[in-house]
Write a protein that binds this ligand. Structure first.
Ligand SMILES: [Zn+2]
Length: 757
């Protein structure tokens, strides 16, 4: 194994924060030797004990959906009433041990003999009660039924009778579906949502016993609608903070109304809707989290635009930030996602399994989904065994997958309003700006094998932040005065923070401030407008001996490091560690040298205040790392996080490869999930193979008074030896194929060292 120093010097990105083993052991066994505040280099990390276990709770208590472990959906087409073999469909999902299935009511096409005006019967329905048959078949097999609606589109006769239902362009013309031009887009601010949708729900409640209602296609995911109908013309302009507030009010008011209608027949019923979009969700996730009974992460697979393999687990982290233990399921498309995408054709089993594994690892319930049932139960049946085998495996280990809370000591502020409303700095107005920022930091956190959560900007109360040694603010441009005050209080209480670029430069209305809202906290001050790159980006000059500070760990033989594509210039500070060498010409090479080589403009500002450590990057370092892959930025981010954290960890996983790690407290004990992303297709297309990784050494410090009974590997389905003493649990996972879960069973209230081999 490479030492950390060697690893950085050679520039190898093995993905592991590979430390000298002896020093890890020393640190773990001598926790009283806390990292010195101004150590000349980063010490071996400190394992800190996990918090006391949550009190015992009854798994059978709480709403029924919290016990759902598997969800199945054949997304029904207009043709299915004529071709689908309902018995075969129901047998399949029952064999998969699905607890609940989705059955289409819709709203675009009725799958039952609806009498609601403009609920057009599908052309193959022919008077059949297809919805009723499917519901009965599912119920007969003990599966619950979600009544699936789709309120986003309707037909010309509805438009003729209700022109006010349509979304309009700026010129007043109707907005139509781009794929089926006869279908118009319905406006969520119109009476379509007030009258038509409730009428369909009440008709379903009057005819059938369904368990809950769901709307597909509304609210929109990852974007805000833009409509110029009579109602919307009176609203603030789409894309503005004021519009977002009106949008949230309307969504939540309809949500609550639909929920009340769902409950008219059955108090255990509820309403839920499309809620994907991860950090860029359209509905305010803090408010939604307080309203919701089921988070439907409609986040079905990787896309050409957003190809990072961790798209699903990123969604799970977002859910964990806002649900307070409520139920979330992430939809896995077993069909071919991408552009173009085949709705009735399977994707690779490796990719399907990875998405399902990310769902489980990040604390959500797996949900398999395919569209249409041509020729009985699909012309392409390749997806069926893949899903059935996977679900069957999960069913053997359900107890370990129901998570109670994450084990993490880093909080990444997700900045939903910045994600949704901030257009990027004046120097780089691109729609994908914040997505690239998110992925840059995500990548760095995975490579550093940090245990982290997302934290919503509207949930910065001290009791939520107390579990984090540090918060990271990757260009969280929009922060209200109140949020700045909450972050100030967090720092005063000893918490550390890393922030970058335009963080806190705007308030919640996107109104620019003259200086950063957090200027006083970090001891930084803005010296001018954002500066972009025209040719060579700026460089960062190392101003002090490299032994002077841990953030220089691993850098040698250079005075310069990579800067970033954009920066907000800062006023000089005393004794800067890194200064800005302003950008210059890239081509022609004759001119590729810095006309100004030395400045007093800081590229990073570090500060210590009591137990709090603070780091401010002038540049958009996370996004620039994502765009370029420059490892100077990766190592600088990694070193800085380790420094502000005092190198404290709650769980450490050492070994080869790029993995994503989750650690959860569960009812039986703990679960450490490892997703293997060391694969040629981690950032393009789909997984096509499994490339197993070598041994992963896991170390964690459990709370006092906990006795370890067993460590099982759930994928390998075997128990493994472990060592346990002085609260320190150690074991080695010999190999990780695509995914492994180390499930730790404990008994509380006893304290003794034990070893099982
Ligand atoms: Zn409208």
């Amino acid at each position: 194994m490479l030492s950390r120093r060697k690893f950085l010097k050679t520039g190898l990105t093995t993905g592991a924060a590979a430390l000298p083993l002896a020093s890890v052991l020393d640190a773990a066994q001598q926790p009283e030797q806390h990292a010195a505040n101004s150590a000349p280099s980063i010490p071996a990390y400190q394992l800190v004990a996990m918090p006391a276990r949550l009190p015992h709770s009854d798994n059978a208590a709480g709403p029924w959906q919290n016990r759902v472990r598997r969800v199945g959906q054949t997304n029904m087409t207009e043709h299915d009433p004529a071709v689908m073999n309902v018995e075969e469909w129901a047998d399949y999902w029952h064999a998969c041990k699905a607890d609940v299935v989705f059955v289409s009511v819709t709203g675009i096409l009725a799958f039952y003999p609806s009498k609601v005006p403009f609920h057009k019967h599908g052309k193959f329905l022919n008077g059949r009660d297809f919805f009723g048959r499917c519901t009965a078949a599912a119920k007969m097999r003990g599966m619950r039924v979600v009544a699936r609606m789709s309120p986003d589109l309707n037909w010309p006769d509805a438009l003729a009778a209700h022109p006010e239902w349509a979304m309009r362009h700026e010129d007043g013309s109707v907005q139509f579906s781009t794929e089926e031009p006869r279908l118009f887009k319905t406006c969520m601010f119109s009476t379509y949502m007030d009258d038509y949708v409730p009428a369909v729900m009440r008709e379903i409640n009057s005819l059938y016993g369904v368990d809950c209602f769901y709307t597909n296609g509304w609210p929109p995911i990852g974007m805000l609608p833009e409509c110029f109908c009579a109602v919307c013309s009176k609203l603030p302009a789409s894309g503005t903070p004021a519009y977002w507030r009106a949008f949230n009010d309307r969504v939540l008011s309809l949500w609550k109304r639909y929920d009340a209608i769902a409950k008219e027949k059955n108090a255990d019923s509820f309403f839920f809707a499309n809620s994907g979009g991860n950090v860029r969700a359209s509905v305010n996730l803090d408010q939604l989290g307080k309203t919701i009974a089921w988070f439907q992460a409609d986040n079905q697979g990787r896309t050409y635009d957003d190809p990072a393999v961790w798209g699903c687990s990123l969604q799970g982290r977002v859910c964990n930030a806002v649900l307070d233990g409520k139920f979330a399921a992430n939809v896995t498309a077993a069909y071919s996602t991408g552009t173009p995408g085949w709705r009735n054709l399977s994707k690779t089993p490796e990719e399907t399994r990875m998405w399902l594994s990310e769902t489980l690892a990040s604390g959500m319930a797996p949900y398999n989904h395919f569209v249409g049932a041509e020729k009985g139960f699909c012309e392409d049946r390749r997806w069926q065994k893949v899903g059935e085998d996977y679900f069957d495996w999960t069913a053997r280990h359900d107890a370990h997958f129901a998570v109670r809370r994450s084990v993490a000591n880093i909080g990444v502020v997700m900045g939903q309003s910045t994600q949704l409303l901030y257009p990027g700095p004046a120097t780089a107005r691109v729609r994908t700006y914040m997505r690239e920022t998110t992925h840059g930091l995500y990548d760095a956190l995975l490579r550093g094998r940090f245990a982290f959560d997302y934290v919503h900007e509207d949930r910065l109360e001290p009791e939520r932040l107390a579990k984090y040694r540090a918060l990271l603010l990757p260009n969280i441009a929009m922060l209200s005065d109140r949020q700045c005050q909450q972050l100030r209080a967090y720092v005063r209480s000893g918490g550390s923070v890393v922030a970058s670029f335009e963080t806190s430069l705007y308030d919640e209305d996107l109104k620019p401030r003259p200086d950063f809202g957090l200027a006083d906290v970090f001891g930084v001050s803005r010296a001018g407008d954002a500066i972009g790159t025209n040719g060579n980006p700026y460089y960062a000059r190392i101003e002090r001996p490299q032994s002077a500070h841990p953030i220089f760990e691993g850098f040698s033989d250079t005075n310069w490091l990579a800067g970033a594509q954009n920066r907000v210039p800062l006023k000089p500070v005393a004794d800067p560690l890194l200064t800005v060498v302003p950008g210059f010409v890239r081509y022609p090479p004759e001119l590729a040298y810095p006309p100004v080589s030395e400045t007093s403009e800081p590229a990073v500002v570090l500060r210590e205040a009591g137990a709090s450590r603070l780091a401010w990057f002038a540049g958009d370092v996370e996004r620039t790392y994502w765009l370029t892959g420059h490892t100077d930025l990766l190592h600088l981010i990694d070193n800085t996080i380790r420094w502000v954290m005092y190198d404290e960890r709650m769980v450490s996983v050492e070994g080869p490869g790029l993995i994503e790690m989750f650690c959860w407290e569960t009812r039986p004990g703990y679960a450490v999930h490892l997703l293997n992303y060391s694969n040629a297709n981690a950032f393009h297309g789909w997984m096509q193979s499994v490339e197993p990784l070598g041994p992963q050494r896991v170390r964690m410090k459990l709370p006092a008074g906990v006795h370890v009974q067993a460590v099982q590997l759930l994928r390998a389905e075997t128990s493994i030896p472990f060592k346990y003493g002085h609260q320190l649990l150690q074991f080695t996972i010999p190999s990780v194929a695509d995914y492994e879960v180390a499930a730790i069973t404990v008994v509380s209230g006893m304290s003794s060292a034990n070893t099982q081999t």
